[in-house]
Design a protein around this ligand. Sequence first.
Ligand code: SF4
Length: 348
Amino acid sequence: MSSKTRPVKVGSLIVGGGHRPPVQSMWKEPLRADSLGAVAERTRTLAALGCGILRFSTPDIAQAELLGALAAMVEIPLVADVHFDWRIALRCMDFPIAKVRVNPGNLGEPWKLREVVAKAADKGIPIRIGVNAGSLPKDLQEEPDRASAIVTAAEREIAALDALDFVNVIVSMKASGVEETVRANRVFSGRHDIPLHIGVTEAGPLVQGCVRSAVALYALLADGIGDTLRVSLSDEPENEVIAGQEIVALASGTRHGADIVSCPRCGRAGFDTHAFTERWRDRIYSIRKPITVAVMGCVVNGPGEARHADIGITGVGDKVIVFRKGEISRTCVPEDADIVFGEELAKL
Ligand code: SF4
């Protein structure tokens, strides 16, 4: 992981300075006063899965106030995503918001930026500048080298904050193309010590988005570039977090949570590995210990291939067995699989 960027405090976390990159996600609906409790609950699930930072769109003052109310209900650092209206950024900073994403260039007159920066400096709240390839300034839109245009756009935004002596900054530069995203971040990283939030934007639905993000983010993290990351998916935030955790685990060589080894299932299966894995997804990925959980359809590749697993489950004829380190610990009928597996898991 990167050690050359400067550390930036985001709520209770440090982003940059060589710290393990926190995985981020983004809430996908507008907040409503009558469902804040449910949002807080799901936010806690996301945190348990390994989400370190959660961002919310704040298109108006009402959303800013609801986000402020939510921030008082949860532990995880929350980020306000603001565009155009400086008053929304100011209102967000009345609450325990951990970071504001705002681009100086789209706030309008310079005095509006000065007000936002003064309040951020006063409250110790960092600003994330986010440049997306799809919304570059007009004069950069025809630039043939897209990666270079993205970096230039980011540097203009940084210069606007630098001019106000504000350096508590994180930058993201995202494109929907893997090559552009990787190159822009590499160029930027060679010039600046500002922490980078990395990600591929509009990456697509679950499978395509995970593949694109994994290719781009692994390449960057393996080079020591990237201080926090988001896997942007047309899918639920839980999957963004799980995908992000997996990328960080592979790139860093260290895993802070559970690893699932599951077979693809075939005609030999005596046990539905897909449904079981789906049912147990959140529970297993919420285990913050580096254990391996095996979910296998049959004995052909069951306990044998998954011998190293701390716990596993596999179909055997019309029965299911739960094993630990290759040794059978329980046998039951498939209908009792969840209960028996849960009891064994609780012993780890
Ligand atoms: S473990 Fe058994 S069910 Fe699963 S893919 Fe292998 S042979 Fe098929």
